[in-house]
Design a protein around this ligand. Structure first.
Ligand code: NDP
Length: 311
């Protein structure tokens, strides 16, 4: 069977940054792209907060550039999906990755950068307007709604944090929480309630996002009174949580209650020797392209040092 020094699963900023570093360290990495080559950034438009792009860059172009940069140093990119893994438990053990559609590869080190997927409400109108004013990342897209009226859905820490972030940029933020209380920490709740331009509405659910090609408004249902009303907005932010893409690692790698991979201390080491995790798959706090890239770099350095420790 083919044996790789370093297999990288996932092709977002974490995976490609790991590939750049691993390739330059002569680990001859192979990136297995997964179902969504380029990762979450391929679903955003303008990326204005990645250092080094003074005029911004659109997400898909940035991912093409990252891929090219990784390939320049000898990374091989395979557009395939790993559907199962058998991770060795002993130091120096060989890991096996099974490819969807048949075939397997062995790897001395594995870097997991499979990311996380933002949850959406699932309304047809919401799905139709993704990229047309519906976003799951206020830090990425909030700036486009400067001075405008927007809404955010969710009552957790992310929604609270993003609502206050948006309130700084936008004219008014309507925050919709489906229960009569927020799940966010008390400190975050206080920040929300103390921000004058956040209109916090409990027991409120989105019934429909209005607009043909861009968001123009929302129909909101109060689930206590069963009444509806409409508001005019230009941006809708969904902040109801993310799902880390870790199903194939269940029962093999340590995860927290939400399924995020647990890494040791400040490193990218998982509980299996030679297996490292970088990017959103192990980070529910920051979830930025630049932080994902940073941990991708760390994972490649950790893999290189691990291989050195075997010889
Ligand atoms: P959470 O799972 O904590 O919260 C999700 C929120 O979305 C809840 O209010 C939930 O409502 C609501 N929700 C879920 N599904 C729907 C739906 N279909 N319609 C409407 N509302 C819905 O996710 P977060 O992303 O906020 O946080 C994830 C983790 O990251 C948490 O542990 C959080 O503490 C942490 N975090 C910490 C930060 C910090 O410390 N600075 C910043 C950001 C996140 P309900 O309560 O009714 O289920």
């Amino acid at each position: 069977m083919e044996r790789l020094k370093t297999a990288i699963i996932g092709s977002g900023p974490a995976g490609y940054t790991a590939a750049i570093y691993a390739a330059r360290a002569d680990l001859k990495p192979v990136v297995f792209t997964g179902m969504e080559p380029g990762g979450q950034l391929t679903t955003t438009t303008e990326v204005d907060n990645f250092p080094g792009y003074p005029d911004g860059v659109d997400g898909p172009s940035m991912m093409v550039e990252l891929q090219k940069q990784a390939e320049r140093f000898g990374t091989e990119v395979r557009i395939t999906y790993i559907e199962k893994v058998d991770l060795a438990t002993e130091k120096g053990g060989i890991h096996t990755l099974h490819i969807q559609g048949g075939g397997s590869v062995e790897a001395e080190t594995v870097i997991i950068s499979t990311g996380a997927t933002a949850k959406y409400l699932g309304l047809p109108s919401e799905q139709r307007l993704r990229g047309g004013g519906v976003s799951a990342c206020a830090v990425c897209d909030g700036f486009f709604y400067k001075g405008q009226d927007v809404a955010i859905v969710g009552g957790g820490d992310t929604a609270a944090e993003e609502a206050t972030y948006l309130a700084n940029i936008c004219n008014k933020v309507t925050m919709l929480v489906r229960k009569g209380e927020m799940r966010a920490s008390k400190a975050m709740q206080h920040r929300v309630t103390n921000t004058p331009n956040i209109d916090l509405r409990y027991y409120s659910e989105v019934e429909e996002v209005m607009g043909e090609t861009v968001v123009e408004g929302l129909r909101i249902k109060n689930n206590q009174t069963n009444t509806t009303d409409e508001i005019a907005i230009t941006g809708l932010f969904i902040a109801i949580g993310h799902k880390p893409n870790t199903d194939i690692f269940k029962d093999q790698l340590d995860m927290d209650d939400a399924g995020y991979l647990i890494t040791k201390g400040k490193s990218t080491h998982t509980n299996k020797p030679g297996v490292f995790a970088s990017g959103d798959v192990q980070d529910k706090e920051y979830r930025q392209a630049v932080t994902a890239a940073g941990t991708g770099c760390m994972a490649a350095l950790d893999a290189e040092r691990y291989l050195q420790s075997l010889s």
